[in-house]
Design a protein around this ligand. Structure first.
Ligand code: 6PG
Length: 255
């Protein structure tokens, strides 16, 4: 199997610029092909600058906002607006600072507020999100919903989504699931996540990694055997994936 496309950019700013260009092209292509684009975005530090670029000139006029549905690959089980929520940067930067207009029924965060209000646990919250995914009529592959683009960050332990090394999520059949608070990685709060299998059927995957602290794990993920349970980010080592690394994160890659 051929590997992913790997782009090395100078620094985190350049990673965000390359990522935003690629995102706008993929989303425009999805709308041209199917009339609608489904994006799953991520948390972590990288999306902030990506959102700024998508919401600013010239990409603002390229992204097909009116035909876009936005989902999250994972989130912390905290209310929308909480600094720990993966939705907060999207709300503050894209909808706030950049004033991009997106219909609220096309923005699909994990419904943590509804679940907390109803006294539900993360599993039930994830089930609500899975129902919402089921209701939009996505194509399926092997029973999994096919998103047009999933953006992923990589944790220092090699996790993607909220799927940590050794996660039982690899055996789950639900489209989305609750994850107990990890003890080895911050923040130590319960999570909700898409099933890792959804990464393997997405039309495109875009992985964004910056910083020297990720250099060893990136080299291990891109250079090692395909044991996804030990290093979940290996799910994204596939031909339709693009990895955008800054020079620091790429510094341990051979050649
Ligand atoms: C988490 C983290 C994590 C994050 C990666 C990449 O909840 O465990 O937020 O999933 O996406 O660690 O983060 P950076 O983009 O900040 O490197």
């Amino acid at each position: 199997m051929s590997g992913p496309r790997v782009i090395v950019a100078a620094d985190p700013e350049a990673v965000a610029a390359a990522a935003a260009d690629r995102i706008s092209v993929i989303l425009a292509g999805a709308v041209a092909a199917r009339g609608r684009a489904h994006l799953a975005t991520t948390g972590g530090s990288t999306p902030v600058e990506v959102y700024r670029r998508l919401g600013g000139s010239p990409l603002r006029d390229v992204v097909p906002w009116a035909d876009l549905d936005v989902w999250w690959g994972d989130d912390r089980f905290v209310r929308r607006g909480d600094p720990l929520s993966n939705v907060t940067a999207f709300d503050e930067v894209l909808l706030g600072e950049s004033s991009v207009e997106l219909a609220s029924d096309r923005i699909h965060p994990f419904p943590v507020d509804e679940s907390v209000d109803a006294g539900e646990d993360p599993d039930r919250c994830a089930a609500r999100l899975a129902d919402e995914l089921g209701a939009v009529g996505l194509a399926q592959s092997d029973g999994w919903p096919v998103l047009d683009l999933i953006i992923l960050g990589v944790g220092s332990d090699g996790h993607v989504l909220s799927v940590f090394p050794g996660s039982s999520a690899f055996d789950a059949t639900e489209w989305a699931l609750g994850i107990p608070a990890p003890t080895h990685i911050e923040p130590h709060v319960p999570r909700v996540t898409l099933n890792p299998a959804i990464v393997t059927v997405a039309r495109h995957v875009l992985v964004l990694v910056s910083g020297a602290s990720k250099a060893n794990v990136v080299a291990d993920i891109l250079g090692g055997p395909r044991d996804t349970r030990r290093l979940p980010a290996r799910l994204a080592v596939r031909p339709d994936a693009t990895w955008v690394l800054d020079e620091a994160a790429a510094s341990k890659l051979p050649g």
